[in-house]
Design a protein around this ligand. Structure first.
Ligand SMILES: *Cc1c(COP(=O)(O)O)cnc(C)c1O
Length: 235
């Protein structure tokens, strides 16, 4: 993958987002593109940042820490990976958004180490796959109550990784289910707190192969790796 290819890949991804938004009657500005750079060197991020990519997703604490000191301070970092509780302190209050909060023990660890308000998404195991992390659907309300009771963590929506399928259409029911779950939870929050309900608006769903379907189903954040950076060298 050469650095020279990156600008045209970014243009192409932005185009795909725009076309999906048009089809869905949505505004492209309502969908945040997070460039998922795990496995790719900092200079690739730098190249896309210089073309206007502002939001970067990382999955591994050490790799992110290394890139963070190398790259300009105005990037908005998203921690999208599974976060071990004993590493929570390295991440909390240092990134724009933590995508994968899925269990009370992690909430507790994040809370203990937060020194500034931290926006978080609850990761939902939307298809109930035994191999996947993410909170079970029936436990999401309790997890949301737990996060909502925190003085530093702010729940701003849901995230999911649907089952890997060849045909993106097969992911559609899972994306739709996540949106409906967000709507139900938001209604319940609205019964007691309009501000918190308005904030609970995000759906982080959609990757390189299924971003169009995810956007049609209401994604507000898409996490795009391969389509931007190419195949991951380490996989
Ligand atoms: C790697 C990764 C992505 C990006 O996937 P691509 O198929 O390369 O776009 C998105 N979300 C999560 C949680 C990831 O780990």
């Amino acid at each position: 993958m050469s650095l020279d290819d990156l600008p045209s890949r970014l243009r192409h991804v932005r185009q795909r987002i725009q076309i999906a938004c048009e089809r869905a009657g949505r505004q492209p500005n309502d969908v945040t593109l997070v460039g998922v750079s795990k496995g790719h060197p900092a200079r690739c991020i730098q190249e896309l940042a210089s073309r206007g990519l502002t939001d970067i997703g990382e999955s591994y604490v050490q790799e992110w820490q290394h890139k963070r000191v190398t790259l300009p301070g105005d990037l908005r970092w998203h921690f999208i990976g599974r976060l071990q509780s004993n590493k929570a302190r390295h991440v909390v209050s240092k990134v724009a958004l933590i995508h994968a909060v899925d269990r009370p023990s992690l909430v507790q660890a994040l809370e203990r180490h937060a020194d500034a308000p931290q926006d978080v998404l609850l990761q939902v195991n939307i298809a109930g796959e035994s191999s996947k992390s993410g909170c079970a659907i029936e436990d999401v309300q309790a997890l949301l109550d737990r996060v909502s009771g925190s003085s530093t963590l702010r729940p701003v929506g849901l995230m999911t990784l649907p089952p890997a399928v060849e045909n993106p259409e097969h992911a559609r029911p899972h994306f739709r289910a996540l949106r409906e779950l967000r709507d139900r939870l938001r209604d319940r929050i609205a019964a007691t707190d309009d501000w918190a309900a308005a904030r609970f608006s995000h759906l982080s769903m959609g990757m390189s192969h299924d971003m169009a379907v995810a956007i049609e189903e209401g994604a507000t954040i898409v996490r795009i790796g391969t389509a931007l950076f190419g195949n991951r060298p380490t996989e």
